[in-house]
Design a protein around this ligand. Structure first.
Ligand code: ATP
Ligand code: MG
Length: 489
């Protein structure tokens, strides 16, 4: 395994070259070096150097320096987003952590070794010099990349005690990369999990979001549960552990929630479906009642209870308002009744109104995940496809004269008296536009309306009524197309 110079973007190479030209050392470091070895596209590029912030700033025309950690942003104005700002940080010694949160002080060093030593995991402690073509791997990061292991640099317990967020970073990075935890690192995570208490909800949320965006949601959250981490993310999820469901379900509530969210990841579906999937049945443990009549468990109202809980959980994690509202709405309405043999178009319209037009497809996808999360093999049975067709039908804009770039008022302005002739004219125009949408311009339609209005009542009436017939047929054809799209008749 080695890095080819062509893997380094020119903007990054330029930054290290300029620093070296000014007499300093410069290393590409951290997650981006790890990602290069894994053949992944780095999210951002970090450079570390023995220059001071002032010296870094002096080496480049456009920089900014606004933090207390010594990081200088070097700006390449014309560059693509991922390399527009390259963060250059002086070698740092880790300061003392008195609270497992933030170092009390930041000290700069003249030695790259000090900087690598303070980094969290061996795979994140690799440094590469583009100028020298040299890789610095002081902690066996390459070996761990090969073995696909997340291993703390140095003594894992000390490292997690310094900064408990590293516990969440370990879960997140292993989920993103599909790596395992090195056993001592894993044991220390369990021992130190209680220190997550001191970490701000925002920082926990950011790692949680990245777990949900990863391909391994279920594995990462089961791990979080086993190591005592999940209680600092969303303890309510753990109420579902061991809570058996009714006979339709093979899994307990906890596992069902995880499987539902995991299916959204498997489908590469959006964040909000993953989030809502994870919490959709969170209200079940509180709503479970035994029914003597059914000889089975019931969960009446778990959607309402679950929506309330989801709102609270997401607010505690300081999610933006919009995310809270969307996820809560999906959990609230995830039980929508969807048997197309019984459901009417107006019932479908009500569901759309409840959850909001912009979320209706997410709700459908949530239903698909929910089914798969139950262990039912078929993801999209006929009935669901038929329901999807009904949604499209309910949401499509009807074909009407309102689509025209001319209206009745304009026709009156053109000299026509109010009366049925206006409707006949508009319908005749609509027919032409359905035939050829390019004709839907004010200019053409006004000209054509002028011609139509020359006709006597009888002739115009006939044309108008025939046009209405054509419109009805066009509507039918559109609905047919929708059904075709979902393979339903
Ligand atoms: P990504 O860029 O995909 O988020 P990353 O590993 O690059 O992943 P960053 O947050 O960009 O993560 O951090 C860059 C590097 O800084 C890491 O690779 C690691 O070496 C170091 N680092 C970040 N956070 C910590 C921490 N809490 N403790 C120790 N080292 C850290
Ligand atoms: Mg990074």
């Amino acid at each position: 395994m080695h890095i080819r110079p062509s893997q380094i973007p020119p903007e990054v190479a330029r930054v290290t070259k300029e620093l070296e030209k000014a007499g300093f050392e410069a290393w590409i470091v951290g997650g981006c070096v790890r990602d290069l070895f894994l053949g992944r596209t780095p999210k951002d590029w970090d450079v570390t150097t023995n220059a001071t912030p002032e010296e870094i700033q002096a080496a480049f025309p456009h920089t900014y320096y606004t933090n207390e950690f010594g990081t200088v942003g070097v700006v390449s104005d014309e560059a693509p987003e991922s390399v527009k700002v390259i963060e250059v940080t002086p070698y740092r010694l880790e300061g003392k952590y008195s609270d497992a949160r933030r170092p009390d002080s930041v000290q700069f060093s003249r030695h790259i070794e000090d900087d690598l030593k303070r980094r969290d995991f061996t795979i994140n402690a690799l440094a590469y010099s583009a100028g020298k073509g040299q890789l610095l791997d002081l902690y066996g990061g390459i070996k761990d990349l090969d073995a696909r292991l997340v291993r703390a640099v140095g003594d894992p317990k000390e490292r997690f005690e310094e900064d408990a967020l590293r516990i969440m970073r370990a879960v997140r990075i292993s989920a993103e990369l599909d790596f395992e935890l090195e056993p001592r690192t894993r044991a220390a995570m369990r021992d130190c999990a209680g220190q997550l208490e001191k970490i701000s909800k925002e920082r926990i949320r950011d790692e949680f979001v990245r777990i949900l965006l990863s391909p391994n949601i279920k594995k990462a959250l089961i791990l979080s549960h086993e190591l005592g981490i999940l209680q600092y993310i969303a303890p309510e999820l753990e109420q579902g552990v061991g809570v058996a469901q009714n006979q339709a379900h093979s899994f307990d509530v906890f596992e069902h929630n995880l499987r539902t969210s995991q299916h959204a990841a498997d489908k590469d579906w959006n964040f909000i479906i993953r989030l809502a999937g994870l919490f959709h049945d969170v209200g079940k443990p509180k709503s479970r009642r035994w029914s003597e009549e059914k000889k089975d468990w019931t969960f009446h109202g778990h959607d309402v209870v679950g929506a309330r809980m989801t709102k609270k959980i997401l607010e505690t994690l300081k999610f933006p308002r919009e995310t809270v509202d969307k996820a809560t709405a999906l959990v609230r309405w995830h039980m929508f009744f969807s048997d197309p043999a019984v459901v009417t178009l107006s019932a479908v319209r009500r569901i759309i109104a409840n959850v909001g037009q912009e979320h209706i497809w997410d709700l459908i996808n949530l239903r698909i995940c929910d089914r798969i999360g139950t262990g039912r093999p078929k993801e999209q049975p006929f009935r669901l496809r038929k329901y999807q067709a009904m949604i499209e039908q309910a949401m499509r804009d009807p074909i009407s004269v309102g689509m025209l770039k001319i209206d009745g008022r304009r026709i009156i302005e053109m000299g026509e008296r109010p009366g049925p002739r206006i409707g006949w004219t508009l319908h005749a125009l609509l027919e032409e536009v359905l035939e050829d949408p390019a004709k839907n311009t004010a200019e053409y339609l006004e000209g054509r309306a002028g011609e139509l209005l020359q006709m006597d009542d009888k002739a115009l009436h006939k044309i108008g009524e025939e046009a209405k017939e054509t419109k009805a047929q066009a509507e039918e054809a559109e609905i047919k197309d929708i059904h075709k799209k979902y393979f339903v008749d």
